[in-house]
Design a protein around this ligand. Structure first.
Ligand SMILES: CC(C)(COP(=O)(O)OP(=O)(O)OC[C@H]1O[C@@H](n2cnc3c(N)ncnc32)[C@H](O)[C@@H]1OP(=O)(O)O)[C@@H](O)C(=O)NCCC(=O)NCCSC(=O)C[C@](C)(O)C(=O)O
Ligand SMILES: [Mg+2]
Length: 325
């Protein structure tokens, strides 16, 4: 792929820091693309079921007009019951705490016998918002029927959430498993009064802030939506940039965006070959007592091995998830 070279992003949190107790939380499930599907829209949901994509989000929030909210929350459990989404992760995005709609979402969606794999919580401002939601879900939901924790994705899209990210990413619970931070660029731009530019330079700090906190706590970091869904060249540029920055995946809104995004967040053949060869060379040099050595003209030491391991872990996870479908 043009422009990718062998400069490898840190694809996952696994090997990037010594804080292994957090890094062990990192999900092995690849979430390179996650696509929003309005929860009331059976045609789009049926289409989504046929597509090759890591995750889908059945939406009750901003992809659903206020007069369609009830239809979406009633329809989603029926969709989950009758639709085979294959190996895709099935998320539901509920409405945020401040809307007063979350209680109805939870009663309808989580009381059902057809639970999703995970939930996305939008417009979270603090860990108190997550705890509030988890209490609500534990009281009203059918979560005891699960033999695993419910996966959580927290959407970071307010200024106060950015300031509270360390506390938010420290969230722990036996019933809920926080696995992803998801950057909601559109809401964030609206809140800080900025305008989106072509190269998104106004969002660089916020994107890095999300990555930093996700990786410090072993979470996946999911990049912003590319709204101009017919511009595939711009999408590819932004997706590759996000992967190089350290994001593990990207939100999408249209089927035409999936392949480009999933490819951008997958190691190329050259990267895989490089990672395998480097691992072997590293082991050989360790045997010879050399911590640093020259490999294909570059100085290699342990951090490069860790980057190579990130590539090999990702490719194993991607292959594993596809063979299990
Ligand atoms: C952009 C739109 C209006 C163009 O809609 P369209 O009907 O003009 O598209 P199309 O090109 O005609 O569609 C082609 C085929 O793809 C299907 N299709 C099209 N989209 C989807 C989809 N998402 N999921 C599944 N299938 C889809 C569509 O049904 C059709 O299938 P068909 O040939 O069988 O009829 C449409 O794609 C759409 O509604 N996308 C979802 C938009 C959405 O959910 N937005 C909210 C999430 S982003 C957000 O909230 C912000 C964030 C993160 O919070 C923050 O940054 O702050
Ligand atoms: Mg949003």
């Amino acid at each position: 792929m043009p422009g990718r070279g062998l400069q490898v992003a840190c694809w996952r949190g696994f090997h990037c820091s010594h804080t292994m107790k957090y890094h062990q939380r990192a999900a092995a499930t690849p979430r390179r693309a996650i696509m929003y599907v309005p929860g009331y829209d059976d045609r789009k949901a049926n289409k989504a079921a046929t597509l090759t994509i890591d995750s889908i989000v059945l939406d009750c929030e901003d992809g659903v007009a206020i007069n369609k909210k009830e239809e979406a929350r009633v329809n989603i459990p029926k969709l989950l019951a009758r639709t085979d989404f294959g190996s895709k992760d099935r998320f539901i995005r509920v409405n945020s705490r401040d809307t007063g709609l979350t209680e109805d979402d939870v009663s309808s969606i989580l009381a059902s016998n057809n639970l999703p794999d995970g939930l996305l919580l939008p417009k979270v401002n603090s860990v108190d918002d997550i705890n509030w939601f988890c209490d609500l879900a534990a009281r009203n939901g059918n979560l005891k029927s699960l033999n695993r924790p419910m996966i959580l994705g927290v959407m970071v899209e307010t200024a106060i959430a950015m300031l509270n990210l360390k506390e938010i990413t420290s969230f722990k619970s036996n019933t809920f498993d926080l696995q992803c931070l998801i950057f909601g660029a559109d809401d964030f731009l609206a809140e800080i009064g900025a305008s989106k530019t072509e190269n998104a330079m106004e969002l660089m700090y916020a994107r890095q802030h999300v990555i930093l906190h996700a990786k410090a706590f072993g979470l996946q970091a999911i990049d912003m939506v590319y709204n101009n869904y017919k511009d595939l060249i711009g999408l590819q540029r932004q997706a590759i940039e996000g992967a190089k920055m350290g994001f593990t995946g990207k939100q999408v809104i249209h089927p035409g965006q999936i392949d480009i995004v999933q490819e951008s967040f997958s190691p190329s053949k050259e990267q895989i070959e490089w990672a395998k060869a480097l691992s072997i060379a590293f082991e050989d040099h360790q045997q010879q007592g050399k911590g640093a050595f020259i490999f294909r003209g570059q100085m290699i030491d342990k951090p490069l091995l860790l980057q190579a391991n990130n590539i090999l872990s990702l490719i194993n996870n991607v292959n594993g998830s596809h063979t299990s479908s």
